[in-house]
Design a protein around this ligand. Structure first.
Ligand code: HEC
Ligand code: HEC
Length: 111
């Protein structure tokens, strides 16, 4: 009985690992679950820039880095993460999102 429990436990740990490896090429965001990253992509990234997924992705391979807009977006994510951890959080302020600058546009206004 204990052995069975052990096996069940170990296999559930491996199942958890498999879920993590579902995301193949996530270098900046801290998501490990596909459902969570999809929600963020839909409700924040795509919406905040007013674009569809294919603006950044080869929709047959979301992990691919072949699209320059995706590479730019990754650096933007790095920047946003930096602002939030070094500035906004220590000051007790709201997190910055893509919307703060982009407001539904690919290219934010410069003035
Ligand atoms: C403005 C660019 C941009 C748009 C639009 C966008 N994404 Fe992404 N997406 C990214 C970037 C950048 C990453 C990688 C983030 C990282 O490295 O931390 C990513 C990662 C992903 C991943 C993880 C793939 C993997 O396994 O590595 C999925 C799935 C994904 N996006 C789905 C979507 C879907 C679905 C949409 C449309 C609703 C969408 N994305 C819209 C930029 C974008
Ligand atoms: C502090 C303001 C700011 C924030 C926050 C911000 N951006 Fe940007 N982003 C800009 C500016 C400014 C440009 C350049 C616009 C130009 O030169 O026309 C830009 C350009 C881009 C581009 C390049 C467009 C292209 O032609 O490829 C992408 C993609 C992008 N941002 C994605 C994002 C994403 C995704 C987020 C949220 C994770 C984000 N940005 C957050 C200011 C910001």
């Amino acid at each position: 009985m204990r052995l069975i429990l052990c096996i069940v436990l170990i296999s559930s740990i491996f199942a958890e690992d498999e879920k993590k490896s579902e995301l193949k090429n996530v270098q900046v965001l801290s998501y490990t679950k596909k459902a969570d990253i999809l929600k963020f992509m839909k409700k924040s990234v795509a919406k905040d820039l007013g674009v569809k997924c294919n603006y950044c992705h080869n929709i047959k391979d979301y992990a691919s880095d072949e699209n320059v807009h995706k590479l730019a977006a990754r650096e933007m994510m790095r920047m946003v993460k930096h602002i939030n951890t070094t500035t906004m959080k220590p000051l007790g302020l709201h997190d910055v999102s893509c919307w703060v600058c982009h407001q539904g546009k690919k290219h934010p206004d410069h003035k």
